[in-house]
Ligand binder design. Structure first.
Ligand SMILES: [Ca+2]
Ligand SMILES: [Ca+2]
Ligand SMILES: [Ca+2]
Length: 344
């Protein structure tokens, strides 16, 4: 009997011990969960672990600030092209080697760049201060070899004030964004120009650029970045060339400074949010997510234009002293950043 009572007491004590152990375990579990969410929260929108960002080419090894580049495009051989805005040098970059050659000196500053199907190069020169906007052109023939004389640079079209972003449609018409004018210009292969007043407006008075980066989607629509309002708009263009209604594709504070745009894997649209030193991705359904961003130390330093070579995304580092990139003294300066996307 005595033994039985003792056993019962022991059992009860064991139950108590078990309860205590359970309580301790539950408390520990809650602790772990909250610690995890704290780690997740501190990661915030700055999910740097998703992609690898490096520098493919430093265009001004002698200094960390001063040189400015905006445009970026690439040819079929994987070589990249940009323009030094102050010296007006047209530069060709071999990203694998990190080497750069100066091809020519342009007659005037130019920003946005693109190739047509035949390999001719087009450059947007928006003008300003009494100078009208033009499109410059260099034929594929003149790009075949090394440096060439400045007189090989032609004026392809005039009357494109504020010209900044460029994109070709399937028929070979060149679409030109007009920056703060809100205009989209269309230039036929023969150089004939028409003007569409988009009606797209600015939201932040400190940033008046409302039509900047351009890209055609696989849906045939023209996508347009609004740098001021942090917005991507899109528009259908009829068979007769008439523009449809402007439709908002995405809008987010993550898109403030939306400059160059490019379609990438899974038809997602990638956006250089220049003043945020960020690259932002928009899914086909319009979901906005930041894929990488950094402070004014780089590797992104006011990324302006984007160009894909396979899964590798290149960005031109304009290095303007503005937004997250201010002051612009730290970092590498004018350069080409390389963003290697993850498999999914
Ligand atoms: Ca440098
Ligand atoms: Ca631009
Ligand atoms: Ca810098």
């Amino acid at each position: 009997m005595v033994i039985r009572i003792l056993t019962l007491i022991l059992k009860e004590e064991m139950m108590e011990v078990r309860k205590k152990v359970m309580v301790v375990l539950v408390v520990a579990l809650i602790g772990l969960v909250s610690l995890n969410s704290a780690i997740f929260a501190s990661g915030g929108p700055n999910k740097q672990d998703k992609v690898k960002v490096s520098i493919a080419a430093d265009l001004d090894p002698a200094s960390a600030a001063g040189m400015r580049i905006e445009g970026l495009t690439g040819d079929k051989k994987g070589r990249l092209y940009t323009i030094d805005l102050d010296s007006r040098q047209l530069l060709r970059i071999m990203p694998g080697k990190g080497t750069t050659e100066t091809l020519t000196v342009l007659p005037r500053q130019a920003t946005g760049m693109t190739f047509d199907k035949k390999g001719n190069l087009y450059m947007a020169s928006g003008g300003g201060a009494g100078q009208g906007g033009v499109i410059l052109r260099v034929s594929s023939e003149n790009l075949k070899k090394g440096p060439f004389s400045p007189d090989k640079v032609e004026t392809f079209a005039e009357g494109v004030d504020g010209a900044n972003g460029l994109a070709f449609d399937r028929k070979g018409n060149l679409y030109v964004s007009g920056g703060a004018t809100g205009n989209i210009y269309v230039v036929t292969p023969e150089g004939e120009r028409t003007v569409w007043a988009s009606g797209i407006t600015a939201e932040r008075p400190e940033q008046p650029i409302v039509v900047n980066g351009l890209a055609f989607g696989r849906d045939g629509r023209l996508y347009i970045s609004n740098t001021s309002s942090g917005e991507i708009n899109r528009v259908r263009i009829g068979k007769d060339g008439a523009f449809g209604e402007v439709e908002r594709f995405a809008k987010s504070p993550l898109l403030y400074g939306a400059d160059g745009i490019a379609f990438g894997p899974h038809d997602a649209l990638y956006v250089a949010a220049n003043e945020r030193n960020a690259i932002v991705k928009i899914s086909r359904s319009g979901k906005v997510a930041e894929i990488t961003s950094n402070n004014n130390n780089g590797p992104l330093e006011f990324p302006a234009s984007l160009h894909f070579v396979g899964r590798t995304l290149y960005a031109s580092n304009f290095d303007v002293d503005r937004g997250t990139n201010s002051p612009n003294q730290p970092g590498i300066g004018a350069s080409i950043a390389q963003i290697d996307l993850k498999k999914n």
